[in-house]
Structure formats: structure tokens, C-alpha cells
Write a protein that binds this ligand. Structure first.
Ligand code: ZN
Length: 234
């Protein structure tokens, strides 16, 4: 058998290996596993997002507590000043009242914001709980499926190994440059070898000049000018 026909026989075995690999990847159990894995990752990301939101809320709460303390002090010193040095004119009285009102408004705004943040924080806590429950459920489903998948994969891996061994046997006697060419073509066209039917490429069905089939018949290595597959007459 010449090199090209050895390669043709090898390709048949190689196609079977690829089919089995694809079937392992397409396995519904595997697809489901990937879904659970992605869902679990989503929940973890959600958890991280909520945690950073809660941390930002805590920072803001600290800042608000400081602001309240400062405003309290401002109010107190305003009162002290009022007592030790009472305003003389009605204008001074108005000024004092304005200041007191401004501080009081600030205090009210800070307290409102604290209330809002506490409520948001409670919401976040509920969200965190829900996310945690969902993540644990997904993890549980994942683990259960993983056992089934591992069992299924064990069988398929055995089949795959047998097919790979068969392909390896078919590769015996093929010169390295032929194998290299095969692998190079396989990067863009699968399978890499195509039978020539008359003047037509069996890979892409395009008609080729009759000179091509003459070259192939003469034992030349010719690639289809359309799909790039190595042509063979079988
Ligand atoms: Zn072609």
C-alpha cells in the first residue's frame, strides 16, 4: 500500500476517534454539568458583589456616624455660645436660628440615610441568604451529576482508548512528513483527505481541472484548490 492509501486507512480510524471525542463532549450529562458549574460560579459572583456592596454600606455608615457626632458638637457649641454670649440684635437671633436649623436639617438627613442603608443592608442579607441557598443547591446537583458523569466517562474513555490504539496501529508505516501534512490540513479541513470522484473533490464537491486527476493518478501529492484537502483515488 502506498503512503497515501496508508493515510486513507489511518484517516478512517482517526475519524472514529474524533467522533468519540465529540460524543463525550456533547454528552447531555456533561452539558448539564457545565450548566450547573456556570450557575454556581454566577452565584459566587453575586455573593462577592453583595459582599462588596455591604462593605461600602458599612463604610458609609461609619462616615455618617462621624458626621452626626460632628454636627452634634456644632449644635452644642452653638447653644453654649448662645448661653454665654446671648445674641443682642434680632439679626443675631435670626442668624443663630438659621445655624441651628441648618445643623438640625443635616442631622435629620444623616439619620434618614442611616435608616435607608440599614434597610438596604437587611435586603442584602436576605439576598445573600437566597444566593447561598441557590449556590448550595447547584453544588449538590453538580456533585450528584458528577458521579453519574464520571461513571459514564469511564466507559467512554475505555472506548476512546481502544479507538486511539486502533488509529495508532494504522499510523504504523506512515512516513512522518505525510503524517505532518495530514495534521496540518486537519487544522483547516476535516477530514484532511478527500477521494477524487472523476474530476470532483469528495471533500467539497467542487469540480477540478482534469489535469488534477492526472497528477493524482500519477502518484502526485495534490491538494484540492478549493478546500485544501489532499486528494486520493480510492
Ligand atoms: Zn475540495
Amino acid at each position: 500500500m502506498d503512503q497515501l492509501h496508508l493515510l486513507w486507512e489511518y484517516q478512517k480510524a482517526d475519524v472514529e476517534v474524533d467522533k468519540m471525542e465529540a460524543s463525550i463532549k456533547r454528552s447531555p450529562v456533561r452539558q448539564k454539568l457545565i450548566k450547573y458549574r456556570d450557575y454556581y460560579a454566577d452565584q459566587q459572583n453575586a455573593m462577592k458583589r453583595i459582599e462588596s456592596e455591604v462593605a461600602a454600606m458599612q463604610d458609609r455608615l461609619e462616615a455618617l456616624k462621624d458626621a452626626i457626632k460632628m454636627t452634634d458638637e456644632q449644635l452644642r457649641s452653638l447653644h453654649n455660645k448662645m448661653e454665654s454670649d446671648p445674641p443682642q440684635s434680632s439679626q443675631d437671633v435670626q442668624q443663630f436660628l438659621n445655624d441651628a436649623k441648618r445643623f438640625q436639617n443635616n442631622l435629620n438627613a444623616y439619620e434618614q440615610e442611616i435608616k435607608r442603608i440599614r434597610k438596604d443592608a437587611a435586603d442584602r442579607e436576605r439576598q445573600q441568604h437566597d444566593v447561598r441557598v441557590r449556590a448550595a443547591k447547584a453544588k449538590g446537583e453538580f456533585d450528584k451529576l458528577k458521579e453519574i458523569y464520571d461513571e459514564e466517562k469511564k466507559d467512554k474513555d475505555q472506548e476512546l482508548e481502544a479507538l486511539r490504539a486502533a488509529a495508532k496501529e494504522k499510523a504504523v508505516g506512515i512516513e512522518p512528513e505525510y503524517m505532518e501534512r495530514y495534521r496540518d490540513i486537519k487544522k483547516h479541513s476535516v477530514p484532511p483527505l478527500a477521494a477524487l470522484y472523476g474530476d470532483q473533490c469528495g471533500g467539497c464537491n467542487m469540480s477540478l481541472p482534469s489535469s488534477v486527476s492526472r497528477k493524482v493518478k500519477a502518484g502526485g501529492l495534490v491538494e484540492c484548490e478549493t478546500c485544501g484537502r489532499l486528494l486520493i483515488i480510492v
